[in-house]
Design a protein around this ligand. Structure first.
Ligand code: FES
Ligand code: FES
Length: 212
């Protein structure tokens, strides 16, 4: 699972798409995929048999509290599964290489780069996207409201990833000062350079989240 904290290239606890694709051509990649993340990777590790690898996998992903049954190529990233198969386009594809943070979502409450995470690795886990951050019909999450209050975006393309990362940043206890926020949000790039407003928004939301 590609951890989105601090560095966009940080690969976190589990298998990444990059790691998988890089190693899948060799048998040595399979023990790696099977041993990480504490999920059913062993059962799901794609076969080296080319024909079998081309067979779609039937997965059930829990996204924003709802089950989604998807039939996917084993190499499908979580980002593509969300956007192209589950119809959830909030997570954005900026670079598709783990460099921008636009694709950040939560898996079991932790931020991950969904472009570097295989969808299969999320089976049996709880995936939260920007669409599920606030309950339907209820008030915006304090982080969403703070981004609006502080005008913390311009084009908005990076914003879903910024908000998902920011929520995790606060929950991790890594938002205690502007300097710490900048450090732990450094994996989320903003081409519009809304950084001062983003830091201000996170400081406001941190106070709100601590009261809740
Ligand atoms: S880091 Fe995933 S799209 Fe850029
Ligand atoms: S608001 Fe445009 S990329 Fe961040």
């Amino acid at each position: 699972m590609a951890d989105a904290s601090k560095s966009p290239q940080c690969s976190g606890e589990g298998a990444t798409r990059r790691g998988f694709l890089g190693g899948a051509a060799t048998a040595a990649a399979l023990p790696l995929a099977a041993s990480i993340g504490g999920v059913a990777a062993q059962d799901r590790a794609p076969s080296t048999n080319v024909d079998a690898a081309d067979e779609p996998l039937d997965l059930e992903l829990t996204i924003n509290g709802k089950p989604h049954r998807l039939s996917l190529d084993a190499r499908t990233s979580l980002l593509d599964a969300l956007r192209d198969h589950a119809g959830l386009t909030g997570a954005k594809k900026g670079c598709d290489h783990g460099q921008c943070g636009a694709c950040t979502v939560h898996v079991d409450g932790s931020r991950v780069l969904s472009c570097l995470t295989l969808a299969v690795m999320a089976e049996g886990r709880s995936v939260t996207t920007i669409e599920g951050l606030a309950a339907p019909g209820e008030a915006l999450h304090p982080m969403q409201q703070a981004f609006i209050d502080h005008d913390a975006f311009q084009c908005g393309y990076c914003t879903p990833g910024q908000i998902m990362s920011a929520v995790a940043c606060v929950r991790e206890g890594h938002a205690e000062s502007p300097a710490e926020i900048r450090e732990y949000m450094s994996g989320n790039l903003c081409r519009c350079a809304a950084y001062p407003n983003i830091v201000a928004a996170i400081e406001q939301a941190r106070s709100e989240m601590e009261k809740a």
